[in-house]
Design a protein around this ligand. Structure first.
Ligand code: ADP
Ligand code: MG
Length: 355
């Protein structure tokens, strides 16, 4: 296999005694679309800025395309960057904004004009050369910022929450366009986001961060289906978290009920948290004691289109969120207070040691 394009080794960034990055290591292959995902303040921007050389790490090292770039200033590194705030020069035209980095490279005038036109085509703004940033919508300004970042043909594209300032509709549209552009150019890309849906829909692999550390690295599907911790499970998608105590082989007790979970992993210890996704709880007629079937009452329901999201309760101690496909309800109505029988899919239960 080819060596990684970008490597980060044991990166630490301290502000006084506080560690914004607390020993981060990762490797990114050429052409990958990576997302740094995590709550506000977990260190995503700090890591991105260290990769760009905009802030230096306290310790640790960085390699890009085989070269040690750990202490190179940003102008000697190979990247383009886009920030959440478009950061365009308001008094320069779109073309001048995009060409800004090229003029420093000593590119000829007609070549610059050609390059700018090509870039504007690529970001879906053909012919916008003479306009000023103030005449453009947020989404259009971000397209210009993207064109500007790509102008010097970098081999690494860094995006720090590029869509966070935009309306929901524009955001979803630009997600697809950026992904398509990245695919077309084959450029190695890192996008910082706190939006799990954005990371899930765009990234080849997601780096989930928490308090200056990497919690998990994996494809969106791996992260969703096999979260390594309660933190990851909770941060990506919706999940039921229920305190359990162990109760014999393959069996745990939750709120006085026994559940079998033979494929839940190597759980040891005195107890922890049982995790199950809403879509892994299904309506059933089965009355099998061993099959994780329980009687519940519908407390409330939300119609989500393809599914109905149900809040189910049994007594005061057990509450579950279940997503039931509308088809599975066979036209019958769901009313609060109604009795129902559901099955927790044993194959899909995960156990975590954390309390
Ligand atoms: P994120 O991008 O994940 O929201 P940041 O990387 O911006 O988080 O920040 C990580 C942590 O480092 C935060 O707690 C933030 O307050 C702190 N931090 C960032 N920059 C500085 C700074 N210049 N001085 C002190 N603390 C900082
Ligand atoms: Mg940030």
């Amino acid at each position: 296999p080819s060596p990684p394009y970008l490597q980060v080794f044991d990166l630490v960034k301290k502000y006084g005694t506080f560690s914004a990055l607390d020993g981060v290591s990762l490797a990114i292959a050429a052409g990958e679309f990576i997302s740094f995902l995590g709550p506000s303040g977990c260190g995503k921007t700090t890591l991105l800025r260290a990769i760009a050389g905009l802030d230096f790490q306290t310790s640790g090292s960085l390699y890009q395309d085989g070269a040690d770039i750990s202490w190179l200033p940003p102008d000697q590194r190979d990247f383009g960057i886009v920030f959440q705030s478009y950061a365009l020069f308001p008094n320069l035209t779109v073309a001048e904004n995009i060409a800004y980095g090229l003029e420093n490279q000593g590119t000829k005038k007609h070549q610059i004009a050609e390059r700018v036109a090509g870039l504007l085509n690529n970001v879906g703004l053909p012919g916008a050369e003479k306009r000023f940033p103030g005449q453009l919508s947020g989404g259009q300004q971000q397209r210009v910022a993207l064109a500007r970042a790509l102008a010097p043909s970098p081999n690494l594209l860094l995006l720090d929450e590029p869509l966070s300032a935009l309306d929901a509709r524009v955001r979803v549209h630009l997600r697809r366009e950026i992904k398509a552009l990245q695919h077309r150019l084959g450029i190695t890309t890192i996008m910082v986001t706190h939006d799990q849906e954005e990371a899930m829909t765009m990234a080849d692999r997601i780096v989930v961060m928490n308090q200056g550390r990497i919690e998990q690295i994996g494809t969106p599907r791996e992260i969703y289906e096999n979260p390594v911790s309660v933190f990851v499970a909770q941060f990506v998608g919706t999940i039921n978290l229920l305190p359990f105590t162990p109760c014999g082989p393959d069996t745990v007790e939750v709120a006085g009920l026994k559940f079998r979970c033979p494929h839940s992993g190597r759980h040891k210890g005195t107890g922890g948290v049982l995790a199950i996704r809403p879509e892994d709880i299904e309506c059933t007629d089965v009355h099998d004691h061993d099959a994780n079937c329980i009687d519940v009452r519908v407390e409330s329901s939300e119609f989500l289109g393809a599914t109905m999201r149900l809040k189910l309760v049994q007594g005061p101690d057990l509450a579950l969120i279940a997503d039931v496909p509308i088809r599975a309800l066979r036209g019958s109505d769901i009313r609060p207070g109604q009795a129902m029988r559901v099955r927790l899919d044993a194959e899909r239960i995960r156990l975590f040691d954390e309390a």
